[in-house]
Design a protein around this ligand. Structure first.
Ligand SMILES: [Zn+2]
Length: 236
């Protein structure tokens, strides 16, 4: 199995908020996309784990994901440990993605930074042939390394290394985010302060990133390595 994008998020809805447009665009172009939530979001102020799982599956269906998985690494305590890296590597080797998306390298929630480092390091280690020699457990999958890892930009405003036009799918992205009702649409005070503020922030961020390349909406990403192109004309 080979997928086009494997997108990891510390919490259910991270991926949708920060990179939902890119995922929807890829799917509409015929791409295969898988989302992996690293935790069940059990520390969130609103919604229980069962509700959040149902919402995540609704969002997966709405976007047309090939699959959605959950590694249950513990909300509020994601560790970039070797055992967690092995869990991420098993998923990478299962889906053999071309591109991996991960949380922001610096962000408001400490899980985001830890998840970013965990996924980034696992993406490299996944390509090592001799990993099974030190994994100390049955570990028979073939090595696989993605061609690139990009970190989406979420709560903190980071300067992107690349921005991707999502104008044609922006409405569908926002519809998808609204499916996480427990996070954005339930309690009255939360509705007033939560959805309006958060949806407005996402829209504003996507507009600012879009402005730089003269489109209506874009999502921004950072990369730990140089981003290459075949020629200048493929860059808009
Ligand atoms: Zn999060």
């Amino acid at each position: 199995m080979k997928v086009d994008i494997l997108a990891f998020g510390a919490h259910p809805d991270d991926v949708e908020c920060a990179a939902g447009g890119v995922l929807i665009s890829s799917i509409l172009d015929g791409g295969k996309v898988v989302v992996v939530d690293l935790t069940r979001g059990e520390m969130g102020t609103f919604g229980d784990t069962e509700t959040r799982q149902q919402e995540a599956l609704l969002a997966a269906e709405h976007m047309g994901l090939f699959a959605r998985r959950n590694l249950d690494l513990g909300d509020g305590r994601i560790e970039n440990s070797f055992s967690n890296r092995l869990k991420v590597i098993q998923i990478i080797r299962e889906y053999k993605p071309k591109i991996i998306l991960a949380n922001a390298i610096s962000d408001r929630h400490p899980d985001h930074k830890n998840a970013a480092e965990l996924v980034s390091q696992a993406s490299f280690l996944s390509g090592l042939k001799k990993l099974s020699d030190v994994a100390n457990e049955e570990y028979l999958q073939e090595p696989w390394r993605p061609s690139a890892v990009y970190h989406y930009i979420q709560d903190y405003f980071l300067k992107p290394d690349v921005v991707i036009d999502i104008s044609s799918v922006f409405e569908k992205k926002m519809e998808t985010i609204k499916l996480f009702r427990s996070q954005f649409l339930t309690a009255d005070d939360h509705q007033a302060n939560g959805i309006l503020a958060l949806m407005g922030q996402i829209e504003a961020t996507n507009k600012i990133f879009g402005r730089a390349i003269n489109v209506n909406y874009a999502e921004g990403f950072t990369s730990e390595r140089y981003i290459g192109a075949k020629n200048f004309s493929s860059i808009i």
